[in-house]
Design a protein around this ligand. Structure first.
Ligand SMILES: Cc1ncc(COP(=O)(O)O)c(C=O)c1O
Length: 409
């Protein structure tokens, strides 16, 4: 008899496709055409990227926005503007995309990796505080999958120790903590507009801030060390070219008009999935802290316990659910396990004593990161733009794989 599982030739659970991503309509087409015909394609004399910086900052309750080439660059420029360099340490969660740590290395500083909370998978404030040394110069928090890190505790730690807090908001456009948008709880919030993000121009990034002096330095850093109103060929501080093009600014202006409604939809579907998936033995959705008043949901994250699926390995589970027409993917690997750290290659960016010193944090067990990295499954954000029926089909697919798990052994 043929199996019911789509992976083994059965019928898929998914009855209709999820909405496509990225989304666009004639407004993006018109905006791109307008840039084309204006013959102003670059940031400096342009209006589109400037307008976008202001609109995106306003949307998040920030006074300033500095658009940059991508989300990695947003962190690099932020660290440069904070004056972070050789000999310094920056605290970074072990569970994140490599950019959060590589930007620190790019500054010539050491990313000190710390474990995350076992339920929200966001950086653990107690671990942050324990990792502070006289060399610590900043803390970077990541709002994992769109769920804010514990900003109450992190802001307290940052004030108590006089350390700037940077929010890596690459997953969290429009997320809220206690009714306030993320991105301005610390000195700066950095965002990505790479293709998989909840709004996109293919590539792109932005830094938002309420700190006028930080803004002055970050803006100058992103534009070759120039200062506003000064001669084009005068350069005042060390900088580089991180400017975003007018094409991207034009597309992002339109993408931003959809963000609020799309976030409402993702958040609503995320809550529905929380209710549906918690009923399935062995599945535990990422915990939602009560203070998270809106989850921007770059991804929907859940913990998978193979024991409730007859020992089915997570990779095979993902394959089976994908075959049912539900896009799911594995998580990030722990940073401390990456070749760049295990091979010692990261030391090439360090200097002085730091380049040869033992870095004991690399030999810590990071139990919560290990769980987040190897036992969680992600549903990409565009699936949360589906309707209620789509969410029921997600749950049905997971239950079906559970029922038939033995056939996959
Ligand atoms: C947590 C996190 N930080 C930073 C980035 C870097 O963004 P980008 O790919 O735009 O450089 C990403 C995404 O790709 C990310 O997921």
């Amino acid at each position: 008899m043929m199996s019911a599982l789509a992976l083994l030739g059965g019928e898929k659970c998914k009855s209709k496709p999820f909405p496509p991503w990225p989304q666009y309509d004639e407004r993006e087409e018109q905006a791109l055409k307008n840039v084309l015909e204006s013959r102003v394609w670059w940031r400096t004399p342009g209006t589109q990227t400037l307008e976008f910086e202001r609109a995106f900052a306003r949307f998040h309750g920030a006074a300033y926005g500095i658009a940059v080439t991508n989300g990695t660059a947003a962190i690099e420029v932020t660290l440069a503007a904070l004056g972070i360099g050789p000999g310094d340490e920056v605290i970074v969660p072990d569970f994140t995309f490599i950019a959060t740590a590589s930007a620190v290395l790019f500054a010539g500083a050491l990313p000190v990796l710390v474990d995350v909370d076992p339920h929200t998978y966001c950086v653990d404030p107690a671990a942050v505080e324990a990792a502070i040394t006289p060399r610590t110069k900043a803390i970077i928090a990541v709002h994992m999958g769109g769920h804010p890190a514990d900003l109450d505790a992190l802001v307290d730690i940052s004030r108590k120790h006089g350390l700037p807090l940077v929010e890596d908001c690459a997953h969290a456009h429009a997320s809220e903590w206690r009714g306030r948008k993320i991105g301005t709880f610390g000195t700066a919030g950095t965002f990505s507009f790479q293709s998989s993000k909840t709004m996109t121009a293919g590539e792109g990034g932005i830094i938002i801030t309420n700190d006028a002096e930080f803004e002055r330095l970050a803006r100058s850093t992103h534009d070759c060390g120039r200062m506003p109103g000064e001669w084009f060929y005068s350069h005042f501080i060390y900088g580089s070219n991180y400017r975003l093009s007018e094409w991207q600014g034009a597309v992002l202006n339109v993408q931003l008009t959809r963000l609020d409604e799309q976030t409402r939809q993702r958040d609503q579907n995320g809550r529905l999935l929380d209710d549906l998936l918690v009923e399935i033995e062995g599945i535990v959705p990422q915990m939602r802290d009560k203070r998270c008043t809106r989850n921007g949901h770059y991804g929907y994250i859940f913990h998978y316990d193979a024991r409730a699926f007859g020992g089915l390995p997570i990779g095979r589970f993902i394959e089976a659910v994908n075959a049912e027409g539900i896009p799911t993917q594995a998580s990030y690997a722990p940073l401390h396990d990456m070749d760049v750290f295990t091979s010692g290659a990261y030391r090439k960016r360090l200097s002085g004593e730091q380049a040869t010193a033992e870095h004991p944090f690399l030999h810590q067990p990071f139990p919560n990161t290990m769980k987040a990295a190897w036992e969680t499954v992600w549903i990409p954000q565009y699936a949360l733009l589906g309707d209620e029926q789509d969410m029921y089909e997600v749950a049905a697919a997971i239950s079906k794989v559970q029922q038939h798990a033995k056939e996959l052994q």
